[in-house]
Design a protein around this ligand. Structure first.
Ligand code: URP
Ligand code: ZN
Ligand code: ZN
Length: 470
């Protein structure tokens, strides 16, 4: 039996805000109360002046993953170190079905790679081919394997995209069995036309990534998949929502009471398409799908967070190095130096999500502390079948706890990060609010700048029914 006490902290959950001590025992929260009497020899941590938050839950990462000719740079170990230092103790990452094979094989491959994780991990499944057998496999993924969410693409024809009929069949099957479909909503065929026209005209620079992925088509695809989900009577979750038109489609559906959910990401909240005007190849750092948008879209996203039309802030941590010299060409943006369409689509973010949203949301944008916890931990835990084990501080929940200093001001530098990627989208940004200590199931894994976690110290999370937010 191992026990630890956190004393004198201000505990904040999605609904509460109070001062109390927490006794953690055998990985769980055992007691919460004032002046908790505990036996001699039990380690104590003083949280005076600190916020005591539930460990963050990031439901959108791509660790150690092949995407076309490129591979993401973080292993599950380096990625989970980055997560922990950023205050995230639960990650749900994407396993993928390889075309022509079973998604169960994709999950087995994911388990092998994920075994080195140092924080707790769940898996979603990317579906790239739908037939009678894969529909049966989806059922066993939900009921037997704890994988209750499935990502489908309306972009990347011939790579990841499936057609509307396959989307409909998947939604009907997954919805009937208590799961939820996540959609990458862009119009892949239209994008391909625009990309070809740009290249034919000699436009090869990174900015053309943004110019060939219009917000109108993100809105179109979002509207389309919501209508398909409505017919399938299934919950749906739009990933990495960036455009006002897409948010309008989500809002309209939610106003009609449909189980439609959506996430956005810190880069859409804190950066705009002006980043694509950086000189030379520098703008390639900001090549992710969908691209960064203009200020009007960003304002719409902040409104969506206020009205709960957006329920989750996740990272879409999809780390490709900027330079070939760091880990080799396959893991770098250099693949697309002469052709923007070949730049690996993705950027890092796992390590900075919690402090960035605290600084930009709570301190600068009127977000309440409760809402902060809800967007970054509680709502994702609920929607993805992890609550109340994860996403809150309550008696019986896993003792995943972050001591957060709301007054520490610091500057983001990729060189100090734990991700293997050598750049940050937020390099040089001064923010206030920093992770001080992190407990994973009661074990101290981050103490200031010191790493105390261990390779393989994370557990696989079998998840339950998905798509229920409240
Ligand atoms: O997720 C990112 N950033 N890129 C890979 C493709 C996708 O959208 O999943
Ligand atoms: Zn995506
Ligand atoms: Zn992604």
């Amino acid at each position: 039996m191992t026990a630890t006490v956190i004393r004198n902290g201000r505990i904040v959950t999605a609904v509460d805000d109070y001062r109390a001590d927490i006794l953690m025992e055998d990985g769980r929260v055992r007691m919460i109360g004032t002046d908790l009497p505990v036996g001699d020899g039990i380690p104590e941590h003083d949280a005076k002046g600190l916020l005591v938050l539930p460990g963050g839950v990031d439901v959108h990462t791509h660790l150690d993953w092949d995407f076309g000719p490129a591979r993401t740079a973080d292993t599950f170990y380096t990625g989970s170190q980055a997560a922990a230092f950023g205050g995230t103790t639960t990650v749900v990452d994407f396993a993928a079905q390889v075309k022509g094979t079973s998604p169960l094989d994709g999950l087995a491959d994911w388990h092998e790679r994920a075994s080195v994780a140092a924080v707790d991990m769940g898996a979603h499944m990317i579906i790239t081919e739908v037939n009678d057998q894969t529909l049966i496999d989806m059922k066993s993924l939900i009921h037997d394997e704890g994988v209750s969410t499935f990502k489908l693409f309306t972009a990347y024809p011939d790579v990841l995209m499936i057609d509307d009929g396959q989307i409909f069949k998947t939604m009907r099957q997954v919805g009937a069995h208590g799961g939820m479909v996540q959609i990458h909503a862009e119009n892949g065929h239209v994008i391909d036309v625009l990309v070809q026209e740009a290249l034919d005209a000699g436009n090869t620079s990174p900015k053309w990534h943004m110019l060939t992925r219009p917000t109108l088509m993100e809105g179109e695809a979002t509207h389309r998949v919501i209508r398909i989900a409505e017919l399938a009577e299934a919950p749906v979750y739009i990933v990495h929502l960036s455009a006002g038109e897409a948010l309008d489609a989500v809002t309209e559906a939610r106003d009609r009471g449909l189980p439609v959910h959506a996430e956005t990401c810190p880069h859409y909240l804190f950066l705009t398409d002006e980043e694509y005007d950086r000189p030379g190849f520098e703008a390639a750092k900001f090549v992710m799908p969908p691209p960064l948008r203009g200020a009007a879209h960003q304002h719409a996203l902040w409104r969506g967070l206020k009205t709960d039309d957006l329920q989750v802030i996740a990272t879409d941590h999809c780390p490709f190095c900027f330079s070939e010299n760091v880990l080799g060409l396959r893991l770098s943006k250099e693949l697309g130096r002469d052709d923007f369409s070949k730049i690996p689509n993705g950027a890092p973010g796992l390590e900075t999500r919690m402090p960035l949203v605290y600084d930009g949301g709570v301190r600068r944008n009127g977000m309440s502390l409760n809402r902060y916890v809800e967007l970054t931990a509680t709502a994702p835990a609920k929607l993805f079948g992890l609550f109340p084990r994860k996403g809150t501080i309550a008696v019986g929940s896993d003792a995943d706890i972050v001591l957060f200093n709301p007054n520490e001001t610091w500057t983001i530098h990729a060189a100090e990060h734990h991700s293997r990627v050598e750049y940050s989208l937020f390099e040089g940004r001064e923010i206030t609010g920093r992770v001080s200590k992190v407990f994973l199931r009661g074990e101290l894994i981050v103490d200031g700048r010191e790493w105390l976690g261990r390779e393989g110290g994370g557990q696989f999370l079998k998840r339950g029914q998905a798509g229920k937010a409240k």
